[in-house]
Design a binder for this molecule. Sequence first.
Ligand code: MG
Length: 287
Amino acid sequence: MDRDNTIIADPGYIDDPDMVTLLPGAADSIRRLREEGFAVAVVTNQSGVARGMFTEEQLADVHERMEELLHEQGVQLDGIYYCPYLDGPEAKVKKYRKASNLRKPEPGMLLVAAEELELSLPESWMVGDSARDVIAGERAGCRTILLGERNGECSPDYVADSLEKAVEFVVEHKDDPPKGYEEETDQPRAVDMGKLMAEQAVREQDVVALLTDIRDSLRRHERKQRHEDFSVLRLAGTLSQMLALIVGGWGMMAFFSDTVTALTRFVLAGFLQIVTLTAFVCSEKRS
Ligand SMILES: [Mg+2]
């Protein structure tokens, strides 16, 4: 917020605390903003210091008086930032004669305030009665309100004929998208949404692919397991089949000489044949 002709009356270069008078509605406006969660910082060009009209100490007294008057109405400011510098021959005090990016329409004071008070500039507003205020606000990336009448020197987001109306507007638009968001990102937002959905779909596909992999891997494992079981049973069956044939042949060799031995061997061969059949039947069932 600008100071002169925005919060306090502007009779010219104020060098005396007794000259400070709050503009009607100023205290209430600041209170309202702070109740709405805004920080209120004053940013004021004070080239009177460079011009040799008053000192920084006197300026401090003026600001103290302004704060005192606000306190009387139960209102506090979050910060006061001023620029004492001025470039050119009008700056009589050499120490303050310089171009400064703190001096509005440069945005320096707003940037410092945002840094110190941890404010989001695109969500902040610059309110003042001159084009310099609006331009500084724009350069800082804020939304801007000009108090008074629109003129060709600047293009504020809104023109209000009083601080109270400006605050009304700010509160009404408190939840609007931040400065620069609405026009630049409307289209990209739709694209972003599409991108987001695509990413979501990819994530879902990834999960499905992963689950499919796990399922296939489990199936392969199961098949392998079956195959292994099958092989063991087949091997056992094949071995016992071979043994059965050998024992059977061995029984045949004794058949004509020793019938009892031969029968014993046939029984053994029969048992091995049963084992063989059992093994094959089991392996069939498993696969
Ligand atoms: Mg002003």
